[in-house]
Write a new protein. Structure first.
Length: 525
C-alpha cells in the first residue's frame, strides 16, 4: 500500500511485532481506523517477537486456568504432571527479588494483575498455547513437576505468533506499510498529529489522531549500545532483529520526553559464540544455551566465574549473559558430562553450533578455543573433588546438591563431571533488549499524557535493573498492556482533537495498552 493512499487514520502504530499488533487489534476492536509502519521488509517483520521461543509468564491458580488456554492439557496423565500454581504474590516476589526492588510499582501492578487476561486475549486472536513439558518440567521418578512459574508456551514460538497476529490484522483490514521507518513525530496544535517517515528512500508524512510507539529499542544499534551500555556492548551479538534501531526513543526524547529506567542495563543471554551478528529467523532462539545450571561455565583462564546452580535458569540467564561479556575475550564454555546430555534442550542439538566432545578432560582441554588448558583442568579437578551432601540430583527443585570449599561454590545440581564423553559449548553474549525508557513529563507545556509506549519500550520501566526480571515476562508485556486506564494508554495523543469530532480515537486510548504484555524472551527465551 502506498503512503499517499492511507489518508489520516485514527491510530498509527509504529512497529509490527507482538506489542504493536496487539495495540492495533485492540484499537480496531474499539472502532478506530488503524495503520502500522514496519521498518523491516515483510519477510523480516515482527521485531524481536519473531525470535522468541514462546514461553509466556502469567499468574494462575489451578490447572483449570491452564485448560482454559490449552484444552489439550486435559489429555495428559494429570496424575503424573504437577503444574502447581503461580500466584500473583509469587510473581511479585520474583519481580522484586530479581530487580532488587527497582521495578516500577504501577506498571508491575498492571503486568501481574492483568497477566492471565493477556493470555486469554492472545488466545482470542488465534494464538495456541501448549504445556511447556521438557522446557520447564523434567520427568523424575515417572512424574513431571513444573518450576519457574512457566507452565505454558506458545505453539510454534515467535514465528507462529507473528504469523497468527498478522493474519488477525489482515482479517480486520489493518494495513501495514513495510520498509517504512518513522523518523520524526509531527507536533501541531498542542498534540502529535502523525509522523515523518522514510519509505524505500522517499521522505513521506503520515497523519493520525494518535500514534503508538511499539518499535523496540536500540539493541540493534552498536553505536547506541556502546554509548549507553558501556564498553564492549557494541561487540555483543544481537539475539533478535537487526531493525530495532532506537528511532522510537530518539523521536520521543526530541519531542520532550523524560528518560526513565536503567539506561546502562540490558537483558542478555549466553549465545553461541559463532552465531551471526544478528538473529536468524531460520534458527529463532536456538543459539541460546540455557542448561548451564546442570554443568559448569569456564572463561578463557579455564576458571568458573558464576554459581551456575544459584537458581533455575529462568531467574539467572539474563544476569549471566552480562557476566560472559565481562570475561577476557568476551566468551565462555559450558561443560557437561554424559549424565546430563539427556536433559539438554533442543538448542544444544542444532546443526549450527560451537561444540566440542572428548572422552577425557585432558583431550577436551586443548579443543576449547581460547581457554587455558592447565587452568581448565585444575578447575575440573577442584570441582569434582569438592565435598557434597549425600542428596539425589533433581532438576525440578532446588535440590541442595552443592559444593563446599570452592572459591565460587555451586548451590544446586552440582553433579560431579565424571561420566564420559564430555561435551562443551562455546558461548558469548547475545543482547535481547535494553532497559532504558522514554516517557512523559510536564515540560514546555508538553502534556504529561502526550507520551507513552508499548512493548519493549514499556517493559523497560516495569523491569529496570539489568533486565533481571523473571524469564518470559516480555511476551506477556507485549500482549498485556491493552487493558489499562487512560493514564497508561500507549499513545502519542493529538490534543488538537475535539471529542465530538474524534470520539473513536479517544475511546481506544485506554485500550491500547494491549501491546505490551507478552515476552519475547528473545523475545526470545
Amino acid at each position: 500500500m502506498a503512503a499517499a493512499d492511507l489518508g489520516c487514520v485514527d491510530v498509527l502504530v509504529i512497529g509490527a511485532g507482538n506489542a504493536a499488533a496487539n495495540a492495533a487489534l485492540q484499537a480496531r476492536e474499539m472502532g478506530a481506523t488503524v495503520a502500522m509502519l514496519e521498518t523491516a521488509p515483510k519477510q523480516a517483520r515482527g521485531g524481536n517477537s519473531a525470535f522468541t521461543g514462546g514461553a509466556f509468564r502469567f499468574a494462575f491458580g489451578t490447572v483449570e486456568d491452564l485448560v482454559a488456554l490449552a484444552p489439550d492439557i486435559r489429555d495428559l496423565d494429570l496424575a503424573n504432571v504437577d503444574f502447581g500454581s503461580y500466584t500473583a504474590e509469587q510473581y511479585y516476589d520474583d519481580m522484586h527479588r530479581l530487580t532488587e526492588y527497582r521495578c516500577d510499582p504501577d506498571l508491575t501492578d498492571v503486568l501481574i494483575g492483568e497477566s492471565y487476561a493477556a493470555a486469554l486475549w492472545l488466545k482470542k486472536q488465534g494464538i495456541r498455547f501448549q504445556p511447556a513439558l521438557g522446557r520447564q518440567a523434567f520427568k523424575v521418578d515417572g512424574k513431571f513437576k513444573f518450576w519457574g512459574g512457566l507452565a505454558c508456551h506458545l505453539l510454534g514460538g515467535g514465528a507462529q505468533l507473528v504469523k497468527t497476529l498478522h493474519e488477525a490484522l489482515e482479517r480486520v483490514g489493518i494495513q501495514v506499510l513495510y520498509d517504512t521507518t518513522a523518523v520524526a513525530l509531527i507536533r501541531a496544535d498542542g498534540g502529535v498529529q502523525g509522523v515523518r517517515a522514510r519509505q524505500r528512500g522517499e521522505d513521506i508524512e503520515l497523519r493520525a489522531k494518535a500514534v503508538v510507539l511499539a518499535c523496540g529499542g536500540f539493541e540493534s544499534n552498536p553505536e547506541m549500545r556502546a554509548r549507553y551500555l558501556g564498553a564492549n556492548w557494541d561487540l555483543a551479538k544481537v539475539r533478535g532483529t537487526r531493525f530495532n534501531n532506537g528511532q522510537g526513543h530518539r523521536m520521543a526524547i526530541e519531542l520532550g520526553a523524560a528518560t526513565h529506567g536503567h539506561w546502562s542495563g540490558a537483558h542478555a543471554v549466553q549465545w553461541d559464540m559463532n552465531a551471526p551478528p544478528y538473529g536468524d529467523l531460520t534458527i529463532g532462539d536456538r543459539f541460546q544455551k540455557h542448561n548451564y545450571p546442570f554443568g559448569i561455565i569456564v572463561n578463557a583462564r579455564g576458571q568458573r566465574f558464576v554459581d551456575e546452580g544459584a537458581d533455575f535458569h529462568s531467574y539467572t540467564y539474563a544476569k549471566y549473559g552480562h557476566e560472559v561479556l565481562k570475561q577476557p575475550g568476551l566468551f565462555a564454555w559450558q561443560v557437561f558430562d554424559q549424565k546430563i546430555v539427556g536433559l539438554l534442550r533442543e538448542e544444544y542439538r542444532i546443526a549450527r553450533i560451537t561444540k566440542e566432545t572428548a572422552d577425557t578432560f585432558e583431550e577436551l582441554a586443548p579443543k576449547l578455543t581460547g581457554v587455558d588448558a592447565k587452568g581448565f583442568l585444575e578447575t575440573v579437578r577442584a570441582f569434582n573433588a569438592a565435598p557434597r551432601p549425600d542428596v539425589p540430583f533433581n532438576p525440578n527443585i532446588h535440590d541442595g546438591l552443592a559444593t563446599r570449599g570452592l572459591a565460587i561454590d555451586k548451590s544446586n545440581w552440582a553433579n560431579r563431571l565424571d561420566v564420559p564423553p564430555y561435551h562443551a559449548y562455546g558461548v558469548t553474549t547475545g543482547i535481547q533488549v535494553h532497559v532504558g525508557d522514554a516517557g512523559p513529563r510536564d515540560i514546555d507545556h508538553l502534556e504529561p499524557q502526550l507520551l507513552d509506549r508499548a512493548g519493549e519500550q514499556r517493559v523497560r520501566r516495569a523491569r529496570r535493573l539489568h533486565g533481571r526480571a523473571p524469564r518470559d515476562d516480555l511476551l506477556e508485556v507485549g500482549g498485556r498492556f491493552h487493558r489499562c486506564s487512560p493514564q497508561h494508554a500507549v499513545v502519542l495523543k493529538s490534543f488538537g482533537l475535539h471529542e465530538a469530532a474524534a470520539a473513536s480515537a479517544h475511546a481506544v486510548i485506554p485500550a491500547l495498552v494491549a501491546g505490551i504484555h507478552h515476552s519475547a524472551c528473545s523475545g526470545a527465551c
